[in-house]
Write a protein that binds this ligand. Structure first.
Ligand SMILES: [Zn+2]
Length: 67
């Protein structure tokens, strides 16, 4: 089940190496303050590409970013 990003909430995300979309891995309970020293196995919900990625912090904003 894909995550529904909530505005103002931090997430651990990765960037799909195939289609470049941002993939939400899980809710960042440290609000961006924690350090990430982990690699996550993620399947992209858009293109189904599976890979191992270094996670990064991401705060979802109210603004919709035009791609
Ligand atoms: Zn993808």
């Amino acid at each position: 089940m894909p995550l529904e990003p909530q505005p103002g909430t931090w997430y651990i995300v990765v960037t799909c190496q195939k289609c470049g979309s941002t993939v939400f891995v899980f809710r960042d309970l440290t609000d961006g303050k924690g350090s990430i020293n982990a690699t996550y196995s993620v399947t992209c919900p858009r293109c189904q590409q599976k890979g191992d990625y270094d996670g990064r912090h991401y705060q979802h904003s109210h603004k919709s970013s035009a791609l």
